[in-house]
Ligand binder design. Sequence first.
Ligand code: URA
Length: 230
Amino acid sequence: MRLDKFLTEMGLGTRSEVKKILKTKQITVNGEIVTKPETKVAPENDQISYKGEPVTYCEYEYYLFYKPAGCVTATEDQLHKTVMDYLTDTVRSDLFPVGRLDIDTEGLLLITNDGALAHDLLSPAKHVEKTYYAVIDGVVTENGVDIGEEKLTKPGKLRILKSEPESEIELTITEGRFHQVKRMFEAVGKKVLYLKRISMGPLQLTDDLKPGEYRPLTEEEITALKIVNK
Ligand code: URA
């Protein structure tokens, strides 16, 4: 792998910033000063340092983020704060959110750079369960509804927690269509007043996080995710 690519991915700066850093002779590979961006390195074996401090190699990062309302699920946006703006203490520069929550939806979002895992988690064929807690204006009983697409949505699993004066429910779905939960309720004449994702596959939104906070996944959580995707 090219040295400038490695240093950019490890979060030292953009490709051009990294090139400037290299010119300052502050990068060493196995103790030798290296200034050429195209130098080939083997991150697992080579000892790469910046200002005498090792640049630790981190192939994959996995974070559980409690998305607050008011930010968009994107890596960049001209108008709004993005979910990535909250992840200030991470290593890699190529992290992205897996799936999408609406700007006003809160809750569990996986952030990683593991593209294969993300692809599997989002694949309709894998039927990964996502559970949402919602407050609904009215009472809901219906499953498997027409949301105006040619194909009907698969039935969700619905748990009614409270029904007066507003309903509080938990709905589990395996698909991830655009505004799916809101559209399922709209289709039966109900409005979603509040929506929060509380689980995705084996991942649960745990009490240690407040909206806007994140933590690395545990080894157990990473293993469980990979098993789901087998
Ligand atoms: N369904 C929705 O309507 N919105 C979300 O953010 C997630 C699921």
